[in-house]
Design a protein around this ligand. Structure first.
Ligand code: ATP
Ligand code: MG
Length: 484
């Protein structure tokens, strides 16, 4: 480890005082020790070093090494190797560690992915390709057992952290030209660590916001979800995105809520309200926060005479457009659009139990808790007082009661599809599903109907009605076709 390409900003530093966190996790130490024993230079890099400098526990540990990916894969049996980017994932029972070969990247012509990756670079070159100074530090062990090492910080990341500044590595213009995702990452890191943007970094972002339109939906989606999963209120990141002009490029539907008036106890427009709703939901469920963010999209086009008529329907369609553009997984798209579609339910204590059961069926039992959480956040974001929660606690209790005792989906009926085909001599097919659905509606109205014979009788009756309807229909057609 004698000829490390250290800069004058590197300094000897012990890990424990550096991170004030006690020992390095054993599996991370094992990876560093194995590489060292094989004579391969290796360092902790990126987010884990930044977090240690801040005194936070890193969520994941990234190691960079001079060793080529083949060599790393050989050293760690059972590791998986993602060829293109030279990242080997070491699967230790205690946790995974990503080991990436030092690289210097070429241009990003499409602003999505590097055109070429050049291995065989030095640690210093590897740090040079990173996005922000705070993410471009490394910790190189000099005595692993004693946890002594050097902080390699050629771009002054530690000083920027101390001063509360987010700064691009090197020429900011070039950094954002290489990869437009860094525009969004800048917002994420600035708000997560409460940093202000260095002025020339901010200027470069403003000049390049338009490039974000060329980003792939998946990459935007992943960054947005990381923002929504963060401990900082998402409104901070989204307001910063708006100020920089990034929101109008990435989420124009949301940006369009600016200036749409609201008649709420809390001041502000429909965008302020949407951001407050997302803030009021838990960071542990970023997709639900996404639903909060998008729940009022329909308000941009439905204001009429002081009311937003049917905005939940328009909003669900707009939310679906946004989620699809972000290439969100199907389950996320349906969850968010269903929640937006249902968010305007209007509970009254006069609802019968059957009405409560119909509500659960309409919303879906898998989504009622989410919908209540969304309503609570929506109310909090409107400044509604506790007693104005529209009887939500009451509805919640009644839903719990019907869920515990009453049949609410076809699986809970006293008959299934086989019973219908056997007892009624009909063919399996869509008709069976339709009958089951109709039986469920009947049972939701009156749970005492949920007995096998009673349900088969009902179904028999409907089939007979259908058959006589068919006959009348055919007769009518026959009459028309008869020559006159
Ligand atoms: P987190 O704690 O949120 O995971 P992180 O810093 O580890 O933060 P990652 O996205 O996991 O962020 O990336 C790991 C490191 O890789 C970063 O610290 C940065 O050095 C580098 N990096 C990641 N994405 C980019 C990018 N688009 N451009 C330049 N460097 C990047
Ligand atoms: Mg990370």
């Amino acid at each position: 480890m004698a000829d490390l390409p250290l800069s004058d900003r590197s300094s000897d530093i012990e890990l424990t005082p550096l991170g004030r966190l006690g020992p390095l996790p054993e599996h991370v130490e094992r990876v560093l020790a194995t590489l060292e024993a094989a004579g391969q230079e290796a360092a902790l890099v990126g987010g884990s070093v930044r977090d240690l400098v801040l005194g936070h526990a890193p969520a994941d540990w990234d190691v960079a090494t001079a060793a080529l990916p083949e060599r790393v894969a050989d050293l760690f049996p059972g590791s998986t190797w993602q060829n293109r980017f030279g990242t080997v994932t070491v699967n230790d029972p205690a946790g995974t560690v990503e080991v990436t070969t030092y690289r210097a990247e070429g241009g990003y012509r499409d602003r999505r992915r590097p055109d070429e990756i050049e291995f065989g670079a030095s640690l210093k070159q590897d740090l040079l390709r990173r996005d922000f100074t705070i993410n471009a530090m490394a910790w190189v062990p000099t005595d692993l057992a004693a946890r002594r090492g050097r902080l390699v910080d050629p771009h002054g990341g530690a000083a920027d952290l101390a001063a509360g500044v987010l700064r691009a590595v090197g020429d900011p213009e070039a950094r954002f030209e290489e990869d437009a995702l860094r525009l969004v990452r800048a917002v994420r890191f600035a708000t997560r660590f409460d940093l202000r943007l260095d002025p020339s970094t901010e200027d470069a972002i403003r000049r390049h916001v338009g490039d974000a339109a060329q980003l792939s939906g998946e990459r935007i989606h992943d960054e947005l979800l990381r923002i929504l999963a963060g401990a900082a209120p998402p409104s901070r990141a989204l307001e910063l995105m708006e100020r920089l002009g990034l929101l109008a490029v990435l989420l124009p539907e949301l940006a369009g809520l600016r200036g749409v008036p609201q008649a709420k106890a809390l001041p502000g427009d429909a965008l302020d309200h949407s951001l407050r709703t997302a803030d009021a939901l838990s960071a542990a469920d970023p997709v639900l926060r996404m639903a909060g963010l998008l729940h009022d999209l329909g308000k941009a086009n439905t204001l009429e005479g002081g009311h937003f008529i049917g905005h939940e329907r328009d909003g669900a369609a707009l939310a679906e457009t946004v989620m699809r553009r972000l290439r969100s997984p199907r389950a996320e798209v349906t969850r968010v659009t269903r929640l937006v579609r249902q968010h305007m339910f209007d509970y009254r204590p006069t609802w019968t139990d059957a009405a409560v059961r119909r509500f659960v069926k309409r919303v879906g039992r898998d989504l009622v808790d989410d919908l209540f959480a969304l309503r609570q956040a929506d109310s909090a974001a409107s400044g509604a007082a506790e007693q104005e929660l529209g009887g939500l606690p009451d509805l919640r209790a009644r839903v719990a009661a019907v869920l515990a005792s009453d049949p609410l989906d076809a699986g809970q009926l006293a008959v299934d599809g086989h019973d219908l085909t056997d007892a009624l001599s009909i063919e399996p097919g869509p008709q069976v599903g339709q009958l089951l659905d109709r039986l469920l509606d009947a049972v939701i109205d009156d749970p005492s109907l949920n007995r096998r014979e009673r349900l088969l009788d009902l179904a028999r009756g409907w089939l007979a009605e259908l058959a006589s309807g068919d006959r009348t229909h055919r007769q009518a057609e026959g009459n028309q076709e008869a020559p006159s």
